[in-house]
Design a protein around this ligand. Structure first.
Ligand code: GLP
Length: 251
């Protein structure tokens, strides 16, 4: 894992966005995996800025989001469809047929998960996958203990995750859906390149474990140590508890 340190959250988000933009310029047909959460908001804001100010072109790429809650209408402010529409899909030149999220409204959820995997495969696999880190150590919605070979599946959310994600649900953890569809760790590890973005002091303890602790299902993000090409963009607050000053873990 290759650590890219920046002083503050704003610079980390800009760097992550610039790395994505660079890949998109090099390969306009990029297959991009996308994450949600507060950490990603300034990343999408910067990508929108690059689209408006420099003409960054999304018209030929494909996107696949990591996860979506089960049972939420797309119009719900907590749904990741809604999040993505508002922050990226609408403001840039991405058409509906270019973008995909797991279908948390499907009557047959296992079939929806299989379809999602097939869609990713038909697109040629994910070239670059943007990832955040939950305080439980989750990536996507793969909560501990996580099976490292898992494909897209329905995952139970831990109480801490529901609490942390409660803002768009009127602040009530119980209003946050109990399950979500998520790419599995197996799906994530198959992406050709991963870009993990972690900012803020509240992630410092879990990030130190992910970067320097043992690879264990009890910390799903630690699976990224096994990825051959994973960049980790951080701010200083997020790496306050790591031991190593430079690169972390095997690269
Ligand atoms: C959410 C998402 C993850 C995200 C993580 C961190 O639950 N499912 O994909 O990376 O938790 O969220 P935040 O950036 O709000 O801390």
């Amino acid at each position: 894992m290759h650590l890219l340190r920046t002083p503050r959250e704003a610079q980390a988000a800009v760097l992550a966005a610039e790395l994505i933009a660079r890949e998109l310029v090099l390969n306009p047909r990029l297959v991009l995996g996308l994450a949600t959460g507060r950490t990603m908001e300034p990343v999408y804001a910067h990508l929108v800025r690059l689209h408006r100010e420099t003409g960054l072109d999304f018209s030929r790429c494909r996107t696949f989001n990591l996860d979506e809650y089960v049972g939420l209408p797309f119009s719900h402010p907590g749904s990741y469809h809604h999040y993505m529409e508002e922050r990226l899909f609408m403001p840039v030149n991405l058409r509906p047929e270019q973008v995909a999220l797991p279908d948390g409204l499907a009557a047959d959820l296992p079939a929806a998960c299989r379809r999602y995997e097939a869609l990713i495969e038909a697109a040629g696999g994910i070239d670059l996958l943007l990832l955040g880190l939950g305080q439980t150590g989750h990536i996507g919605f793969n909560e501990p203990p996580a099976a490292f070979e898992a494909r897209t599946h329905e995952a139970q959310l831990l109480p801490l995750t529901r609490k942390q994600n409660a803002d768009p649900f009127g602040g009530s953890a119980r209003a946050v859906p109990a399950t979500a569809l998520t790419m599995g760790i197996g799906t994530i590890l198959e992406a050709r390149r991963c870009l993990l973005l972690v900012t803020g002091a509240r992630k410092a303890a879990v990030l130190a474990q992910v970067l320097e602790g043992p690879v264990t299902p009890l910390l799903p993000g630690s699976a990224l140590q096994r990825h051959p090409d994973c960049q980790v963009v951080v701010d200083e607050a997020a790496v306050a508890q790591i031991r190593q000053p430079g690169d972390a873990g095997p690269s």
